[in-house]
Design a protein. Structure first.
Length: 141
């Protein structure tokens, strides 16, 4: 994914936001902050409370649970999204393998977008339900 794309274009490729229209994506993009994190930076620490999620625009990161690698994330991936819903404990640690350009979405700002445009909340709920169904099928068949 090119960094030349607008934040809206990046968000459109994230499954959680894929059903949002351009206007909704623009509002979400305006509520986010673009950052560059250096290789080796811990983006998320397992067990800590979270209030933001990260969309990786460029670079790669490793996700670890209890010190064991469980996945890799690259451009287009979103990590930490459960914290947008509940501010619960982080379920994994995410460390940048390379320099990572990210969009940071804070829960408070995303909830303000949902308050302004309730349809965004409906679309997010539908996307989360789809993810839960996919996980259920993968686990139970």
């Amino acid at each position: 994914m090119s960094l030349r794309k607008s934040p809206r274009q990046h968000l459109a490729n994230v499954p959680l936001f894929s059903s949002c229209n351009s206007r909704d994506l623009d509002k979400i993009a305006k509520a986010s902050e673009r950052l560059t994190l250096k290789a080796g930076t811990t983006m998320i620490t397992q067990g800590t409370a979270g209030k933001q999620a990260y969309v990786i625009l460029a670079g790669t990161a490793t996700l670890k649970r209890n010190g064991k690698k469980i996945a890799s994330a690259e451009a287009g991936a979103m990590v930490g999204e459960l914290s947008l819903l509940d501010q619960g404990s982080r379920t994994a640690t995410v460390v940048c393998d390379s320099d990572c350009d990210v969009l940071v979405l804070e829960q408070r700002k995303l909830l303000a977008v949902i308050d302004e445009v309730p349809a965004v909340g409906h679309k997010l709920l539908a996307a989360l339900a789809t993810r839960i169904r996919d996980l259920d099928r993968a686990h139970y068949g």
